[in-house]
Design a protein around this ligand. Sequence first.
Ligand SMILES: *[C@@H]1O[C@H](CO)[C@@H](O)[C@H](O)[C@H]1NC(C)=O
Ligand SMILES: *[C@@H]1O[C@H](CO)[C@@H](O)[C@H](O)[C@H]1NC(C)=O
Length: 670
Amino acid sequence: MALARTALHGIIFLATFTIFACLNDLRPTAGAADVTVHVEGENVVLDNGIVQLTLSKPEGSITGVQYHGVDNVMEVIEKEDHRGYWDLVWNPSDRDSGIYQKVYGTEFEVVQRDANHVEVSFRTQWDPSHRGKLVPLNIDRRFVMLRGSSGFYTYAIYEHLQGLPDVNLGETRVVFKLRKDKFHYMAIADNRQRIMPMPDDRGEGRSEKLAYPEAVRLTDPINAALRGEVDDKYQYSSDNKDSMVHGWISSDPSVGFWVITPSIEFKSGGPVKQDLTSHVGPTALAMFVSSHYSGVDTVPKFRNGEYWKKVFGPVFIYLNSAPDKSDPKLLWGDAKKQVEVEKWPYEFPASEDFHKSEKRGSVSGRLRVLDKNISKEYINGNAAFVGLASPGEAGSWQRESKGYQFWVRADVEGNFFIKNVRTGVYNLYAWVPGFIGDYKSSVNITVTSGNHIDLGNLVYNPPRDGPTLWEIGIPDRSAAEFFVPDPDPKYINRLYVDHSDRFRQYGLWERYADLYPDGDLIYTIGVSNYRKDWFYAQVTRKDGQGSYQATTWQIRFRLGSVRRNGPYKLRVALAASQLSELQVRFNNPRVQPAHFTTGLIGRENSIARHGIHGLYWLFSIDVESSWLLGGDNIIFLTQTRGQSPFNGVMYDYIRMEAPAGTVASTDDVA
Ligand SMILES: *[C@@H]1O[C@H](CO)[C@@H](O)[C@H](O)[C@H]1NC(C)=O
Ligand SMILES: *[C@@H]1O[C@H](CO)[C@@H](O)[C@H](O)[C@H]1NC(C)=O
């Protein structure tokens, strides 16, 4: 029975798509076995005839996952509390460094038990004897198994009770460590999958350490075909919006293990926040909170006894199987087809803190752009990112982590419909690819159960004073359109050769000095091409003594004549910043103070982590007419911080505008 059902869940579905679709409809059917839960000593076993999940009591560690004849897909050579677990990093205040903690339950309870649904809870309550030792949160982790489902769910409710000590929650996630003797093939996207190194390959004697501990060069890997490649978990990061499915495949037997994230409503930082997915271990993660690619700004901080509660998940852990030695693409394809997104919000969670669809509301509208320089007409907010998040400044959602966020992409006409929004007070935020800046609705939006709010026509006026004199790049919050060099042949990850994500190669920052040995980058408007002549990041330069020097880039352009009715406007949009200060000067590289400075900004580490973007920063600089010259002009862009190879900024887009109220003429750009 169990085996037949397992086979149905595998690849046979794929071969006959109609059967697949039809079986999906029938899923929790009478044919499937009842779900059972057994508490045996220190083990809690959930079983539905397809998957058997073993958890430790009362800690709630995932010690065993039995599936398709494999006794345990979790790493059996690891200790029981180090196979599958929720963990976190916290600190009592901004001054303290992070404390790592696995989340262990102290109370166990079966919260639901019937033939279709078993849900178990592992709770931990903070008390004053934990002060300084355990994170001051109450945490209730849940595991759920449903009838006929080839996997299980996990979610957790985190609560900072009123009066609990101050705390920063730097990171929280679920970790799955799989058997290294079985799982060798990793898949995180259609074009991002490969045979991975073994964890042993990262150790002494088999690899050399690179610029930081996460990156190694494989010198003597167990699989000799991988010799010379770089391994670094950050090469496998994805935007929240792109990491709905990722995981690992065993070839003998053909079994897939997948982390499926059906919604990003509980993730911090919105749709373009990046985070880790799967990496050598074999490890698969469900990340909920982190400072990766964003810095401490996206870390929730609780002060003065603030009350907070949030539900992370559920995420679905899906297992599938195929005839032995199948093409791993089949299991990937099947995992991708799991329609968890359509089942969101789930009906099954027993916790009332997880709001079911009938408790939620919806918001719709149409967003158009008015950028009078480009058109006197409204422009459709084509494919705009539109989202609801806690009230704040325009763009504040990218640093927001305490609440829930609900994001959709608008259609070509700018229409959007955001369904299944939890009740609460929100602002509507948006950004439109092709335009700078952030939209925010002027009013608070109160979503109530079962209600729909139609916001009607909304207009975004992106920052604009005068007509464009020139521009560099595409306003899309990424530096991907700029020049991304080939890696040093010593530091290749073969996955990213001839790949759209070439920026994920290791060590590209060092190529800057190779390409510009004698002086920094000079970009000439009308002559240079940003795809070839604008390096993807303004990085530091390593000097002969092994220290790092600040760099100054130049933009050269001609003005027919200078209009005296200034100011002109320079728009500098950054796609990332790492401990950088960008100073801008016009025609005088030594003027003090600089005409403009960003001040010290950014702790996103997107250069070291191959991110191509971190947080979005937009600076609008008033340019006095007196700083400009008729004829040749030079803008000097100095990134002043030079402590390490990883200081620097990535540009998204730069634009020079003529003074407000002027109409561009051939006189402006000679
Ligand atoms: C906008 O700027 C461009 C580029 O300088 C110019 O050609 C155009 O006339 C401007 N359009 C309007 C409506 O101001
Ligand atoms: C919007 O809501 C926030 C948070 O609830 C509140 O601080 C703010 O004053 C509200 N703004 C308006 C315009 O009502």
